[in-house]
Design a protein around this ligand. Structure first.
Ligand SMILES: Cc1ncc(COP(=O)(O)O)c(C=O)c1O
Length: 452
C-alpha cells in the first residue's frame, strides 16, 4: 500500500479553502497520523485498509441442539404444552431486572400487546420517536391511533425531550420513546412529562438489551418495555419478543390478551373469555434458543461496550466525524449499531452516500441508518384511509400534516452512518482498522472531490 508522509505545510495545503480555518489548528497537532494512513482510496483502485472478515452473526449455541431435538420429538411445540416459554420468561425478567416478563411472537407483537393493555385505543394519539425501525409506527397505526412524531436530537439520535410537550393534545394517551441502537433515552424527562399529563410510557427497547439508564436496564423505566429477539438482534431466535413490567395487574392483562383473551392470574371474569385478545404467543422452539443465546449476552455486551468506547476516542479526533452523544442519565448503551454523524462540509462536500461507498471499499461494512419515514407513503396510506377519516377530524388531519416537520430528524437522516453490532465484537485492532479507514478517506477527500 502506498504510504506518504506529509510535511506540515503539505497537510495544511490539502485542506479545502472552506474548512481550512476550522481545521488548521487540529492539523498542526495531528498531521502525522494522516500522513501514515493516506494513500489512494480503495474505491478508486487503491489497496483497501482491510481485507479480512468481520465477526459473523448470529452464532448458534450447541447447547440448544439436544433440547430442540427432544422437544421436536415430543410434539409439545406451543407454550401451552410445555415449560420452556415460562422458564425463559423467568430468566429474562431476572436478566433485565423486571418483576415480570411476557414472551411474545416478535417485538412487533410485544408493542401491540403493550399499547392495547395500556389503553391506547382508536382515535388516540401516541407521541413517538421518528428515528426508528418502521414497526414502531406501524403498531400505532394497527391500533388505529395517530403516531405524533417528536423531533429527534441529532446529537443523541433520540427523541428530544424538549420537544415533547408541544405535541400533546387532549387525545394523547401515551409516549413511545425508542432506545434506538441501544442508546438510552432520557427517561427521567419522559416520565416526568408523562406523569404531569397523565400519559402511559411504553419503551421500545427492541434494540436495547442490557443498556442502562441511571444504572437500571432500559425497558424497566416506563410502564412497560418491549424487546425484539429477531434474527439480527443481540439475543436472537429468528423471530421473538417480550414485554417486561412491574405491575402485576397490567402483566396479567397482557398475558390474557396475548392468549386470545383467556383468563390469566388476577385477570378472570364470570365468562370463559373475559377480555378481547389475540394470539401473540411465543413457541417453545424460540424459548429454547433464547435461553441458549442469553448465556453469551452479557459477555458480548461488555465486548461491544469496550470497543465502542475505544472507537469513540478514535473517531472523535477526526474532523467531521461526530459520534453519538449519550443522553443525560444514560449510563450504558447496548450498541445495536455504532452510530456517528458524517459532516460532509469537512470532507469537501463529498456526499454521505459516496463516503459510505468509500468506507465499504476500504473493507469496513457500514450503513446509513433510517430514512425520513415520517415523509414516506405509509403516512398517506393511513391518513387517507376510511378509518382514519372517521376517527380524526379533517382539521386535525390537516394540522397533523402541517406539523409533520422534523428538522432535527431530517438532518440526522442525512448525516447518520452506522456500524452493525457484530463489527463491535471484533478486536481492538479491528477498531483501529475502522479509524484508519476513515482517516484515510478524510485525508483522500480531494480524490473523491476531483472525480466528479
Ligand atoms: C426499534 C424497533 N422496534 C420494533 C421492532 C420490531 O421487532 P420485530 O422485528 O421483532 O417484530 C424492531 C425490530 O427490528 C426494532 O428495531
Amino acid at each position: 500500500m502506498e504510504k506518504r508522509k506529509f510535511t506540515r505545510r503539505q497537510v495544511i495545503a490539502t485542506a479545502s479553502a472552506g474548512t481550512l480555518g476550522v481545521m488548521a489548528d487540529w492539523h498542526l497537532k495531528n498531521y502525522t497520523i494522516y500522513g501514515k494512513d493516506s494513500g489512494k482510496l480503495a474505491l478508486l483502485g487503491g489497496d483497501p485498509v482491510r481485507t479480512s472478515e468481520w465477526p459473523e452473526w448470529p452464532v448458534w449455541d450447541p447447547s440448544a441442539e439436544a433440547e430442540i431435538l427432544k422437544m421436536l420429538r415430543s410434539g409439545r411445540w406451543w407454550r401451552g404444552s410445555g415449560e420452556y416459554v415460562a422458564e425463559f420468561e423467568k430468566q429474562y425478567a431476572e436478566l433485565i431486572g423486571a418483576k415480570r416478563c411476557l414472551a411474545t411472537a416478535s417485538g412487533t407483537t410485544a408493542l401491540l400487546v403493550s399499547l392495547h393493555v395500556l389503553g391506547v385505543d382508536a382515535g388516540d394519539e401516541v407521541l413517538v420517536s421518528p428515528f426508528t425501525f418502521i414497526a414502531t409506527y406501524n403498531v400505532i397505526f394497527m391500533n388505529k391511533a395517530l403516531p405524533v412524531f417528536v423531533d429527534t436530537d441529532p446529537e443523541t439520535f433520540l427523541m428530544n425531550p424538549d420537544k415533547i410537550e408541544e405535541k400533546i393534545t387532549d387525545r394523547t394517551t401515551a409516549i413511545l420513546p425508542v432506545h434506538i441502537y441501544g442508546l438510552p433515552v432520557d427517561m427521567d424527562r419522559v416520565n416526568s412529562i408523562a406523569r404531569k399529563h397523565n400519559l402511559k410510557v411504553i419503551e421500545d427497547a427492541c434494540q436495547a438489551w442490557l443498556a442502562e439508564y441511571r444504572d437500571k436496564k432500559t425497558g424497566t423505566l416506563g410502564d412497560l418495555g418491549c424487546f425484539s429477539f429477531q434474527n439480527s438482534k443481540h439475543i436472537p431466535t429468528g423471530e421473538g419478543g417480550a414485554v417486561v413490567g412491574n405491575n402485576d395487574e397490567i402483566m396479567d392483562r397482557a398475558h390474557a390478551f396475548h392468549n386470545c383473551g383467556r383468563p390469566y392470574g388476577s385477570f378472570t371474569g364470570t365468562t370463559p373469555i373475559p377480555i378481547r385478545g389475540s394470539n401473540r404467543r411465543m413457541q417453545q422452539f424460540q424459548a429454547i434458543m433464547l435461553m441458549s443465546q442469553m448465556k453469551r449476552a452479557k459477555k458480548d455486551a461488555d465486548i461491544r461496550l469496550e470497543n465502542a468506547l475505544y472507537l469513540d476516542s478514535q473517531l472523535r479526533e477526526i474532523p467531521g466525524i461526530i459520534p453519538y452523544r449519550l443522553a443525560d442519565g444514560a449510563t450504558r448503551s447496548a450498541y445495536h449499531e455504532y452510530p456517528f454523524r458524517y459532516r460532509k462540509e469537512y470532507f469537501n462536500e463529498v456526499p454521505r452516500e459516496r463516503f459510505i461507498e468509500a468506507l465499504e471499499a476500504e473493507g469496513i461494512p457500514c450503513n446509513e441508518g433510517y430514512g425520513p419515514q415520517n415523509k414516506y407513503a405509509i403516512m398517506d396510506d393511513a391518513l387517507n384511509s376510511k378509518g382514519y377519516k372517521r376517527l380524526f377530524s379533517e382539521e386535525r388531519l390537516r394540522r397533523y400534516r402541517e406539523e409533520n416537520r422534523l428538522p432535527g430528524n431530517d438532518q440526522l437522516c442525512e448525516e447518520a452512518v452506522c456500524f452493525y453490532q457484530s463489527v463491535l465484537l471484533g478486536s481492538k485492532s479491528d477498531m483501529d482498522d475502522i479509524a484508519r479507514a476513515i482517516r484515510k478517506i478524510y485525508e483522500g477527500r480531494d480524490q473523491l472531490k476531483s472525480e466528479e
